[in-house]
Structures are given as C-alpha cells and as structure tokens.
Write a protein that binds this ligand. Structure first.
Ligand code: 5GP
Ligand code: MN
Length: 323
C-alpha cells in the first residue's frame, strides 16, 4: 500500500488524466462529505468528465437541497471503465464508506480528507488536517484545476464549511475559513438557504426529542463530562428519527463547566456514540482507542454490547485522555 501525501499538482494531474469518476461519501452522510463530493464532481463535469455520485445511505432531509443531490445513488453503473478514479471524501478509512463499495485497487483511489489519523489508503492522498472541512481541500484543488466555481458549486462548498464549523462557531473557524466563505458568497453561494435548510426550520419532533435528551443528561467528573442517550422508544414517542439527533451532542457540550460530551445513539439496531470536546481532552484519541475516529474536538465510534457497557468503556477511554 502506498502511504504518502500527494501534492496538489499531482492530484490535479490525476484529475485531468482520468475520464470517469465516482464520488463516494461516508455512511450517515453529513454536509461535508456530500458537499465536497458534489462540488468536485460538478466541477469535473464542467471539464467534460463522466461523474457518478455514490452513497450507501439515503441523503438526509436537511441536505437534499444541495445542488446535484438528486444524482446521488446507492448503486453504481456496471459499465464504468477500468481506470475510473474513486474519490473518497471526508473519511479516515475506506470502511467508513460502508459495506457495499466494490473492492478497489489503491491505484483507483483518491482520498480527500481533513481528519486526524487518516490511513492514507489511496494511491492519491490529499489530506490536510488543518483545513476546517474536506470541502476547503476541494476548493484548493479547484483553484489549481482552474475550473470556474459557479453558484451551485459555491453552495456545496459553503455548506461543507458551515456544517463542519457548526455555523462558523467552532474553533476550526480560522481567518482562512472565513475568507473562503466570503469568496464563496461572492461567487453566489446561497448562505440563506444553507442556514434555513440545515440550521433553522427544525422539525417539532426533533425539538421534542431534544427535550427528552436534555431531561436524560448525566453529569460526572466534577461536572466536566455530560452524556445522554437516545433509543428507539424515545424516537417513536416523539415521532422523530435518527436524522433528528444531528447536532444534539453540541447542546450537551454547551452546558456550563462541561468539557466533554457524549451522545449514545441506541436505535435502528446500532449503538453509535458522538463525542465532543471543548479542546483540552482529545476525543479523537479516545474514539480511536475504541475503534472509531474523527477530530480532536469531534469524534465518533460504533459500539457493540449494551448501552451500560458502552457508557463504561467510553468513560474509561476519556479518563485515559485526561478527563
Ligand atoms: P459525528 O459525531 O458527527 O457522527 O462524528 C464526528 C466526527 O467523527 C466526524 O468527523 C466523523 O467523520 C468522525 N467519525 C464518526 N464516527 C466515526 C467512526 O466510526 N470512525 C471514524 N474513523 N470516524 C468517525
Ligand atoms: Mn468533515
């Protein structure tokens, strides 16, 4: 396996050379994985390339407004050429794309990401952990490629920034991120639409569920740790579904004195954990020690076993990181 970072010039040369592309986003897709893939794909289409968009799961309600989202499919055409380039956006390892992706040779893989601990799993790895989103990595590539960023592409890219910075509030909102955002707005990005579709306009069911999650908050470690949980029963009582839990972990982190928050999501036959930190405790390292991953301040993992087991092992992993 080739495990090296690729220069911007070499990635762009590969983008120019290939004629067919598959843009792949991670399971339980967010605005960054979808926005980055759509932005790059739509730009490559302007150069006359053939592009498919693959996602194993359904596109979440809040992201269906993304230009090109209607093109995203959970199947791949049978007649893709052998030298098709499969572009994985916003994931530290290939497994995050799900279980239905065909087996690929690294030669056919471009990995574009900004996560800590990316496995550099492609022949081409464009991994910039200081970038606020995978979309801004794509923006650097588009500049080098010399494609005109139209209003649709700009909306996709601004979505990646706004979702991964929590509406320009998280610590990754660098001056550079704001400058890129301003540039995207000048190019026609529809910031109002992004705000409306993703951040406001909450479903009443989601707000009811948030009330339940808040009611179930647990505090420990002298108030520095807050966790809560959602299960199938809570979802059905509120008329909500898993998509409505997006971002709730940030409400837990926002409580006075809290440095680390965890939301345990025990529904649809899975047990997943979202972790967030205000910056002292490395939740990526805690998640990685349990088989997950992410960023220093935002990470996630899959658990097996009971909720009580998961609560215990996550607590220990966080303590090992200084909680
Ligand atoms: P979320 O809590 O929003 O699902 O995820 C927070 C961050 O951690 C995101 O950047 C996401 O890509 C990453 N992440 C979440 N779950 C996993 C996982 O199971 N494995 C890895 N490697 N990263 C994850
Ligand atoms: Mn991201």
């Amino acid at each position: 396996m080739i495990q090296e970072m690729t220069s911007t010039e070499d990635v762009v040369a590969a983008l120019r050379r290939c004629d067919a592309f598959v843009m792949i986003s991670h399971v339980k897709p967010d605005g960054d994985t979808l926005g980055a893939g759509l932005a790059l794909g739509l730009a490559l289409e302007k150069l006359g390339k053939r592009v498919c968009y693959y996602q194993q799961d359904a596109v979440p309600r809040t992201l269906r407004f993304l230009p090109g989202a209607e093109r995203i499919s959970s199947t791949l055409p049978a007649n893709l050429p052998e030298d098709t380039l499969y572009v994985f956006c916003d994931m530290s390892d290939m497994a995050r794309a799900g279980t239905h992706v065909p087996r690929l040779s690294p030669e056919n893989v471009l990995d574009i990401d900004h996560h800590l601990g990316n496995g550099l799993f492609g022949a081409y790895n464009y991994v910039l952990p200081t970038e606020c989103s995978t979309g801004t990595c794509v923006m650097h590539l588009l500049r080098e490629l010399g494609v005109q960023i139209d209003a649709g592409i700009a909306t996709c890219l601004l979505t990646t920034i706004m979702t991964d910075t929590g509406g320009l509030m998280h610590s990754n909102t660098s001056p550079g991120a704001l400058e890129l955002s301003a540039e995207l707005m000048r190019l026609g990005a529809d910031k109002e639409k992004i705000t409306r579709e993703i951040f406001s306009n909450k479903r009443v069911a989601a707000t009811k569920l948030l009330g339940r999650v808040i009611g179930a908050m647990h505090f420990s470690h002298d108030g520095r740790y807050c966790w809560s949980a959602v299960d199938d029963e809570m979802l059905s009582q509120c008329g909500a579904d898993g998509e409505d839990t997006e971002d709730m972990v940030n409400v837990l982190l926002g409580q006075e004195g809290v440095e680390v928050a965890a939301l345990f999501k025990a529904y649809d036959g899975e047990l997943r954990v979202s972790l967030r930190s205000t910056g002292r405790v490395n939740v990526q390292a805690a998640a990685a020690s349990l088989g997950g991953g992410g960023h220093f301040r935002a990470a996630g993992l899959d658990c097996s076993g009971t909720l009580a087991d998961a609560v215990k092992s996550v607590d220990s992993a966080l303590v090992a990181q200084g909680l």
